[in-house]
Ligand binder design. Structure first.
Ligand SMILES: CC(=O)N[C@H]1[C@@H](OP(=O)(O)OP(=O)(O)OC[C@H]2O[C@@H](n3ccc(=O)[nH]c3=O)[C@H](O)[C@@H]2O)O[C@H](CO)[C@@H](O)[C@@H]1O[C@H](C)C(=O)N[C@@H](C)C(=O)N[C@H](CCC(=O)O)C(=O)O
Ligand SMILES: Nc1ncnc2c1ncn2[C@@H]1O[C@H](COP(=O)(O)OP(=O)(O)OP(=O)(O)O)[C@@H](O)[C@H]1O
Ligand SMILES: N[C@H](CCC[C@H](N)C(=O)O)C(=O)O
Ligand SMILES: [Mg+2]
Length: 488
């Protein structure tokens, strides 16, 4: 509970003569209770301003709304007009839920946010800190805090700050969170006080929402231009798209942040070599002080090396901290649904599950599995409905380029016709096999596997459901694979 004028003072909006207590904040009229501040936000599907009357009837004390929107005659509720209510709401949320972990790190990029955040949490936990991640896997921490709300990669600003306060109440002072391009574009993270921001890579995704690559990049750049403060740490994978890298580094230098480049072209942390081993990878890395470390990580997937380097650069107090992290790396565990081994058949064929749902992720995934494949490499994947349609043939092209056998199936068709989605995917790999129904595709392919083969089932990773229409049907790739593998 806080007074309306203290909230307004915090966000530098004019105070009101009739100050009032605010008992809660929400952006959904259906959740308004007596004394709440309701943020009426124009959205993609509907407009929160259409629900102002409903919110007043339910006892809203104040309504945050865009400048120019008319407000009904009422004595019971105070209108707060402003130019950018989503942004102001984020700042209000940070003030209303006042407890924030001392150490907060945010990661953006097309692929690798969840993995990088997870490695950061694991490193902190290996150092005995209570720590947490917020992202695609929900909220994970080594405390008895259990989040049960809806999961977005980046929750809305109210949810983010409510979770932060809950985490601090569970003694968590170390937090890594994912900054999705939607989340950044919709000001979900503007109230945060982060110490470091990371950028994994920029490749094609979400152009249904951002329309073109430059707007997609601009959304992600908001993390550095508007959220990471001056002197904050900006850790970047130097091997990414060079045009994007140029724009990112320019933003970082303009905002006087500390640039830490990692990767094969890194400076802060330079990757000298990676050797794939049967059960992991051996890395040789060099710090900016020319210290060289050799370490074996128990994880497959070249892409996870990039994510681990970025994780270390984001949380290192300084260059010398890397020496403290290196002995912990052999203890890292795989991330749920990312290059996760689901089954080994009696003939030795191995089956993995991975969350690759972009062209670039599929290319990296399949290239990573090739050194471990002694016979044929199979990939099963589909493309999500109500998402970027342009990436569909491109995903198939990458699959066709790097796998020996490509099986196109369904992945969350949502409100689209799954047959039509598969047809669009198939234009990128006309000779690929098409099997409707994900379980059927998995069952049929497993029967074909021989000694030395690898099958990877991509796109759903940790997901627990297949979304058809608006119904979520329980579905877990690992469980389905185990079921059909055990029949052989
Ligand atoms: C397209 C999109 O990003 N939509 C997000 C956006 O919703 P919106 O504001 O556009 O919603 P809307 O349905 O048009 O409604 C407008 C407003 O009216 C309000 N309303 C609506 C109905 C009503 O009865 N009363 C009422 O007050 C709504 O609460 C909302 O505030 O803001 C909401 C609150 O933050 C989000 O929950 C919602 O995410 C939807 C569920 C979603 O599916 N988002 C996906 C695309 C997403 O955000 N994905 C990213 C990226 C993942 C990745 O990187 O791969 C993520 O961070 O998860
Ligand atoms: N650094 C990377 N470079 C390229 N591909 C990667 C990288 N990291 C992960 N991937 C691929 O992307 C998939 C998703 O990884 P992860 O969940 O870590 O990414 P994300 O950015 O959190 O994705 P989302 O946007 O869906 O939350 C992995 O399963 C893998 O196939
Ligand atoms: N965060 C991504 C996840 C995609 C996962 C894939 N299974 C799909 O449904 O396309 C999105 O919402 O676009
Ligand atoms: Mg994620």
């Amino acid at each position: 509970m806080t007074s309306l004028n203290s909230l307004l003072h915090h966000v530098q909006l004019p105070l009101v003569p009739n100050d009032a207590e605010i008992t809660g904040i929400t952006l959904d009229s259906r959740k308004v209770q007596k004394g709440y501040l309701f943020a009426a936000l124009p959205g993609a599907k509907s407009n929160g301003c259409d629900y102002i009357d409903v919110a007043i009837q339910k006892g809203a004390q104040a309504i945050l709304l865009p400048t120019g929107v008319t407000f009904p005659e009422t004595n019971s509720c105070i209108p707060i007009h402003c130019d950018n209510p989503r942004y102001i709401l984020s700042l209000i949320a940070a003030f209303f839920f006042p407890k924030h972990p001392k150490h907060q790190v945010a990661i953006t990029g097309t692929n690798g946010k969840t993995s990088t955040a997870d490695f950061i949490r694991q490193i902190w936990q290996l150092q005995n800190y209570k720590s947490a991640t917020i992202g695609t896997l929900g909220v994970i921490s080594n405390t008895d805090y259990h989040y049960t709300g809806p999961v977005l990669t980046t929750p809305d600003s109210i949810m983010v700050h409510e979770i932060l306060t809950d985490l601090v109440n569970h003694d968590v002072q170390h937090l890594a969170l994912e900054a999705s391009s939607h989340g950044l574009d919709q000001y979900r993270l503007d109230g945060l006080t982060i110490e470091a921001a990371g950028f994994t890579n920029l490749t094609r995704d979400h152009l249904d929402y951002h329309h073109d690559f430059q707007h997609y990049l601009e959304a992600k750049l908001r993390l550095f231009k508007h959220i990471l403060p001056i002197d904050g740490i900006a850790a970047i994978n130097a091997d990414m798209d060079q045009n994007a890298l140029k724009q990112i580094t320019q933003a970082i230098l303009e905002h006087k942040q500390e640039l830490r480049l990692v990767g094969e072209q890194g400076q802060f942390l330079k990757l000298l070599s990676v050797t794939p081993l049967p059960e992991g990878q051996k890395l040789e890395i060099k710090t900016v002080y020319n210290e060289i470390f050799s370490v074996t990580i128990p994880l497959l997937g070249r892409y996870q090396v990039d994510n681990i380097l970025l994780a270390m650069a984001l949380i290192a107090k300084n260059e010398h901290d890397i020496a403290n992290f290196v002995p912990l790396l052999p203890h890292l565990k795989g991330v749920r649904g990312r290059m996760e081994q689901a089954a080994i058949l009696s003939n030795g064929a191995a089956i993995y599950v991975d969350y690759a749902h972009t062209p670039d992720a599929l290319a990296h995934l399949l290239q990573s599995l090739r050194p471990h494949t002694h016979h044929n490499l199979y990939v099963i994947f589909g493309a999500g409905g109500d998402r970027d349609t342009g990436k569909r043939p491109l995903m198939a092209q990458e699959a066709d380029k790097y796998a020996d056998y490509v099986i196109i199936t369904d992945d969350n068709p949502r409100t689209e016709n799954p047959n039509l989605i598969r047809q669009e995917v198939k234009t990128g790999a006309p000779t690929a096999l098409e099997i409707a129904g994900r379980e059927e595709a998995i069952a049929q392919t497993i029967k074909k596997l021989q000694t030395g083969d690898i099958l990877v089932v991509a796109g759903k990773g940790h997901e627990q459901g297949q979304i058809i229409g608006s119904v979520v049907h329980p579905f877990d790739d690992v469980t389905i694979i185990k079921k059909h593998a055990s029949c052989l």
